[in-house]
Unconditional design. Structure first.
Length: 444
């Protein structure tokens, strides 16, 4: 039996049936499986591709079966998804191999009748691919785009209303590109030029980022965890758009900075580096496990000014009333700006979740504001692109908090400065992850 494909369906079962995150389940499965590098890449391609295809793949599969997929045993669903994905999306895999290996897997996870069923479904798909063609119907353009671009229909409709059809198509296409691995130079231990030389010595292809002075983009590289430069704390994995936030906060050495939604800590340790590891950063989050990982990274990076506290951000401000020079609220959000990095996220989101988030975000922002000293700075950021979670929250906050004023946030970007009072990065316009940042100052 093909070990790579069997590993893939086990991961898919964890994701679809048990609610596991694709990246976590995949890493765990690859650690357990004795696979060569080529097979590891194949499993990764299968898992991420099938998870990303989501409802689109199931819609295609439903064209070849006369019963709801939910009525089939879960592992048979995964075997069919695996087979159909290879037939329609992977040119390098012969259709015969996709069908034969699916049947072999069914021998272990099904019975004789199931084997015949799987074989018939996949071979019909090979003979009659036109059955799975996406319908182009007048008035149903959103459904066509959603199916062809592998996004939920409700989300595509929302984006069309906000951006128009053509721009939504570009946004969906961006989400389906392979994300570039970006890292932040740890300026407490090295500089970007020296890091590039070190990486070259480790056989890593790397180039400078156009967005951040510490940013480095990886090209070809080996296993990240095995790089001595990572182990030595010379860099931290962090998205280019995320690197903008600490620069907008602009913390100074010796200050007290409160980071109220700090995990996983990329921005926390970035601020520590900008402060030259002098001062005090209190990193708050509601998950102790995430705070522990934040501290592990801080130790690796040589950061010693960070203290962690497990507490709800909606209550933290009153505890440190008017004590912080700067406060960062990197709020929990829908994450719609980073979908290319999280293949399963697009299918986990719901309209109800998006509708509930602004109330939570505003509550956190209100609490955080209590901790800002007169003359201090409050920064609000998210990794999403919805107006309701971004400028809508900030404007609602400012309407009820006359002692805070909005600054020209774009002036504080490290490289690509703008005249915008609130900065919104869009994937389809800026070529980077979607991110929002607003910088406010408390009046004296």
């Amino acid at each position: 039996m093909d070990k790579a494909r069997e590993t893939a369906i086990k991961v898919l079962h964890e994701v679809h049936s048990n609610g596991a995150y694709a990246n976590v389940a995949l890493v765990q499965a690859l650690r357990r499986a004795a696979l060569n590098e080529a097979d590891r890449r194949f499993v990764t391609e299968l898992v991420y591709g099938i998870v990303k295809a989501g409802d689109t793949l199931d819609w295609m599969l439903q064209r070849y079966v006369n019963r709801p997929l939910s009525k089939m045993p879960p592992m048979i669903q995964e075997i069919l998804r695996l087979g159909l994905y290879q037939i329609f999306f992977l040119d390098k895999v012969p259709a015969s191999a996709a069908c034969n290996e699916a049947v072999e897997l069914t021998k272990r996870y099904g019975h004789a009748g199931t084997r015949g069923f799987v074989n018939a479904v996949l071979r019909t798909a090979v003979r009659e691919p036109e059955k799975a063609a996406f319908p182009k119907i007048q008035g149903q353009e959103a459904q066509y785009l959603a199916l062809s671009a592998q996004h939920p229909v409700w989300l595509v409709k929302k984006w069309i209303a906000a951006f128009g059809y053509e721009e939504t198509a570009k946004l969906c296409a961006f989400d389906n590109t392979a994300p570039v691995l970006s890292v932040r130079t740890n300026t407490l231990k090295t500089d970007r030029k020296a890091l590039l030389r070190t990486l070259a010595g480790e056989d890593v292809e790397a180039a400078t980022s156009d967005w951040a002075p510490e940013g480095v983009l990886f090209g070809k590289h080996g296993a990240l965890d095995a790089l001595p430069s990572l182990q030595q704390g010379l860099f931290q994995v962090q998205d280019e758009s995320s690197m903008q936030v600490a620069h907008v906060v602009d913390p100074q050495p010796g200050e007290f900075v409160l980071d109220v939604c700090s995990a996983p800590g990329g921005k926390t340790t970035h601020m520590a580096a900008l402060m030259k590891n002098r001062g005090h950063i209190l990193a708050v989050d509601i998950y102790e496990g995430k705070l522990a990982r934040l501290m592990e990274n801080a130790v690796r990076l040589g950061v010693s000014i960070v203290e962690t506290k497990c507490q709800d951000a909606r209550t933290i401000g009153a505890v440190y009333a008017e004590q912080a020079d700067r406060v960062l609220v990197d709020a929990p959000c829908s994450g719609l700006g980073v979908l290319r990095r999280k293949p399963d996220a697009r299918w986990r989101k719901t309209p109800a979740e998006l509708a509930a988030l602004p109330e939570l975000q505003l509550a956190i922002l209100r609490s955080a504001a209590l901790a800002v000293k007169p003359g201090g700075v409050l920064v609000y950021s998210t990794c999403t692109i919805t107006e309701e979670e971004n400028s809508g929250v900030v404007r609602a906050f400012l309407d009820e908090q006359p002692n805070f004023e909005l600054e020209i946030t774009g002036n504080f970007l490290p490289v690509k400065k703008r005249s915008d009072s609130m900065v919104q990065l869009y994937p389809q316009r800026d070529g980077t992850d979607g991110f929002f940042i607003a910088r406010m100052k408390r009046r004296m």
